[in-house]
Design a protein around this ligand. Structure first.
Ligand code: URA
Length: 212
């Protein structure tokens, strides 16, 4: 597994405002959307392409287009939904599959409560959207789910990560024979006793959509 912390002043600026507890939900949603688009640019460096030739008004030109099968974008419900538009802005022809995962706040273990994904993901590149890589349990379970269906290349986009989550992900995915990359705007210090990222930004789902 490879972790890439995107280093850019615009990313750091937007992340700082996201962290600020005074940032209201509409502003948080807008900033998360913009941040994901910037992260998506980094995350799609190795998106699969094929060469094509197009005819310009002057001559033939060699170029590329996205290869088929098209990439699959997988937001993890609920907070990952807040990242979908920002991702699709750069990959408008990608398909979208949904995975609902919930974390038991006592055991911190993740389980699947909903899914709408192709049965066969053979040969598919998947971009998983999960804002907070905290304990790593949810993302590890989501990645295993996709690999069991045949996905052979996985990139996770996370707004923030914690070292404990990255370490767990690395351990749980050991022996997996496919490339897994995490692209994030920041690697924070640690988790607290409730499994929240410190300093983090709080509960991403609540800040996007309110406490429901
Ligand atoms: N999920 C969140 O939304 N925030 C955290 O800090 C950890 C998990």
């Amino acid at each position: 597994m490879r972790t890439h912390v995107a280093d850019h002043p615009l990313i750091a600026h937007k992340l700082t405002t996201l962290r600020d507890e005074r940032t209201d939900s509409p502003t948080f949603r807008q900033l998360a959307d913009e941040l994901v688009t910037l992260l998506a640019y980094e995350a799609t460096r190795d998106v699969r392409v094929e060469t094509v030739t197009v005819r310009t008004p002057v001559a033939d030109a060699e170029g590329i287009k996205l290869a088929t099968p098209k990439p699959l974008v997988v937001p993890i419900l609920r907070a990952g939904l807040g990242m979908l538009d920002g991702m699709m802005r750069l990959l408008p022809t990608a398909e979208v599959g949904f995975l609902g995962m919930v974390r038991n706040e006592q055991t911190l273990e993740a389980s699947t409560y909903a899914e709408r994904l192709p049965e066969d993901l053979s040969g598919r590149q998947c971009y998983v959207l999960d804002p907070m890589l905290a304990t790593g349990g949810t993302l590890a379970a989501a990645i295993r789910f996709l690999v069991e269906r045949g996905a052979d290349h996985i990139t996770a986009i996370c707004l923030l990560t914690a070292p404990e989550g990255c370490a767990r992900l690395e351990k749980e995915l050991e022996g997996l024979d496919i490339p897994v990359t995490v692209v994030t705007a920041g690697m924070d210090e640690r988790l607290n006793e409730k499994g929240y990222i410190v300093p983090g930004l709080g509960d991403a789902g609540d800040r996007l959509y309110g406490v429901v």
